[in-house]
Design a protein. Structure first.
Length: 368
């Protein structure tokens, strides 16, 4: 007999069923704020870059003082408009040379003056909702979605408090790591530290203090906080007197696929969990420096991260994914500590709840 008072994890099918992954496209990925890039990638007028969002080709472009996002498709006959990244004065479709302003409006369409009722002012590249969040570009395919400040209350202000120089930062180093697991497995692993003392000795002893580690929901954000480990045990040098946050660690996971993480010393890195299919995810870990300048500290910290936490997590999440396919596994009980703390999985429960709500599913729908 099961104990109905226990809070249980998502059923295995949520991580293994390709049909559920397809449902997540419309229910989650196309209705939430998704990371696109950094404003430094479109610093000059006409600079652009392309990217994909779960099969939807998009592009970002600088239009004067505005940064805009569009679907990368010509309204005429559906050819892709731009590729890669670069800088241009006008957007010219390679198929029939229909030409658009950088604000998406149609300038010219060859021979269209011969067509009765054809009005260039009626045609525009389909825009995508965009917000710039502390210099980071996010898009949302749902034009009616609430703003990022409503989704993630107080995060922008807190992030600026922890990284006072955030407006001066540019991407410096990227590590892309392929993980053979469903995106929710790696997100859940990132969003709890119940496993940290046992599995991440370098992180737990040389970066954070597990005794002070805590995670709290904050809108659709999970806020991680802790002080650093004993300063004489830090795995890299920091100036503890630089500012009030210099000895603290914090991260803000913005559901469903992005996280800001600030290491002691006001060091910023980000995680972007990009679902490739229902069984594979690529995790992009980006590190930032002032103007993208070289930094031995960041080089060392990024390599330490790859050699320890990243390598350790790959083994964990891929083992979990294999276990989710086992006929011997049912949705297990979560450890929900009313006092929160490092040895609690209330954050996983929050993630599971957001997924269920988005998909309109409950556990009984997908019992193995």
């Amino acid at each position: 007999m099961t104990n109905d008072k226990l809070v249980r994890a998502l059923e295995p099918a949520f991580y293994t069923d390709p049909d559920i992954f397809k449902r997540e496209h419309n229910a989650i990925f196309f209705r939430t704020w998704q990371y696109a890039g950094h404003v430094s990638q479109v610093a000059e007028k006409g600079e652009y870059f392309t990217f994909g969002l779960n099969g939807q080709p998009l592009f970002i472009i600088r239009d004067g003082d505005e940064v805009r996002a569009f679907y990368n498709v010509c309204p005429h006959r559906a050819h892709e408009l731009v590729s890669g990244a670069g800088q241009l004065k006008r957007i010219v479709c390679p198929y029939h040379a229909w030409t658009y302003q950088t604000d998406g409006s149609l300038m010219a369409a060859p021979n269209s003056d011969k067509v009765d009722g054809f009005h260039k002012s009626d045609i525009c590249i389909t825009p995508v909702r965009l917000e710039i969040f502390c210099g980071f570009i996010f898009v949302n395919l749902d034009a009616d979605a609430k703003s990022m400040s409503e989704w993630y209350p107080d995060v922008a202000e807190e992030l600026r408090d922890f990284v006072p120089h955030i407006d001066d930062l540019k991407p410096y180093k990227t590590n892309a790591v392929a993980e053979s697991c469903n995106w929710k497995v790696t997100v859940e692993n990132y969003s709890e530290c119940y496993h940290c003392p046992l599995n991440h000795p370098t992180f737990a002893n040389g970066v954070i203090d597990p005794k002070t580690y805590d995670i709290r929901p904050q809108g659709y954000c999970l806020r991680h906080t802790t002080v650093s480990a004993n300063l004489d045990q830090m795995s890299y040098e920091i100036d503890a007197t630089a500012n009030a946050r210099a000895t603290e660690y914090s991260s803000w996971f913005l559901w469903p696929t992005f996280s800001f993480q600030v290491y002691p010393g006001n060091v910023l890195n980000t995680y972007f969990f990009k679902p490739d299919d229902h069984l594979n995810t690529t995790v992009y870990r980006d590190w930032y420096t002032v103007d993208g300048n070289e930094s031995g500290v960041i080089d060392g910290l990024a390599q330490q991260d790859l050699d320890t936490t990243v390598a350790e997590d790959i083994r964990l999440v891929e083992s979990v994914q294999r276990g989710l396919a086992s006929k011997g596994y049912r949705a297990g009980p979560l450890i929900i500590d009313p006092d929160f703390g490092v040895a609690s999985e209330h954050s996983v429960h929050s993630l599971n709840t957001w997924v269920r709500e988005a998909l309109g599913m409950n556990g009984a729908d997908y019992e193995a």
